[in-house]
Design a protein around this ligand. Sequence first.
Ligand SMILES: *Cc1c(COP(=O)(O)O)cnc(C)c1O
Length: 389
Amino acid sequence: MTQFFEPAARLGLIPPYLFKAIDDMKAEVKARGVDIIDLGVGDPDLPTPRFIVDKMIDAVQDPKTHHYPAYSGMNLFREAVARWYQGRFGVELDPAGEVLTLIGSKEGIAHLPLGINDPEDLNLMTSPGYPVYQMGTLFAGGRCYFLPLTRENNFLPDLDHISPLVARDAKAFFFNYPNNPTAAVADKAFFARVVDFCRQYNIVAVHDAAYTELAYDGYKPPSFLEVPGAREVGIEFHSLSKTYNMTGWRLGMAVGNPAVLAALGKIKSNIDSGAFDAIQIAGIAALDSDQSCVRENCAILQERRDILVGGLKKLGYDVAPPKATFYVWMPVPAGMTSMAFTAHLLEQAGIVTIPGNGLGEPGEGYVRLALTVPKDRLEEALARLAKLG
Ligand SMILES: *Cc1c(COP(=O)(O)O)cnc(C)c1O
């Protein structure tokens, strides 16, 4: 039979999928009836706090929420975002021009390059990293330049060693702290360095701040916008997904430079019709709450972190407790690749992890473990690892 159609050539830009062998192995291990412990997914296992769900139930009963939403988001939601930024970071935002509602931050990150990049434009991005920076860039016809995150550079890109030729060519720079997958954090001095760099070379700074609220031991991750000059050169993506266990709801925001937000908003208004008003109303309740739900969530994650990291250390693994995010970025045992260790854990212990190189070549030599399972499952995982020796 002749092929009915050829998919667009741009789908060929998607990097080769490395994990067919792992997926097959997972299916085979499952079929054997093994009780799988999945430390692979970055999706909270805990439910959305009850008061947010209740607000949604009320809101959805109101027919006023059943219409097309405003493109850039409800004024009331954008005002709540501005209040939350003021309260949490001391950052003042104009809700009209400096806040844009998103259908989850992935949506905004993926669409941004369509609004700021011309074909062949170069975007800088840290690697390993969230794949959407790369895919959004490629779908917009742009090119990617990866800045490796390694133990030697504390998982912070070394901006001083980017060739001026590359920097002059660059249009945007994607970075993400607290970081997925390395769990690294950045201080305001690093953000100030980013502002200088982006100002010097006219680069749009794009900070993905999805994990600022998941932090431990009293640590409070900063917003990029806390740094003077940040909003002149860039924007920040934020999301209710990780903060309030709302991944399925699809609600996020972009804040900062009004011209960059307008470019993104123009793309969006021609592609989607905004986030459901009832979800935004529930989001307002979340942002305006006393944030005790976030503290409770972090306490649970911190206990899990201590169990997992403490247990791994006892078993001789070389791992440090993350200050933020719900990930543990663990070096694989000497002489093994990320893939080999992932396969080993799956086959021998029924434990699913993410091989670091799957999120970018510099991630080779690591696996990512997520704290998104209850502590008894983490203890079970540790018991199985202990048996493995
Ligand atoms: C989870 C995550 C997001 C947020 O995704 P949403 O689309 O808002 O659910 C963004 N960036 C990173 C790095 C993430 O891990």
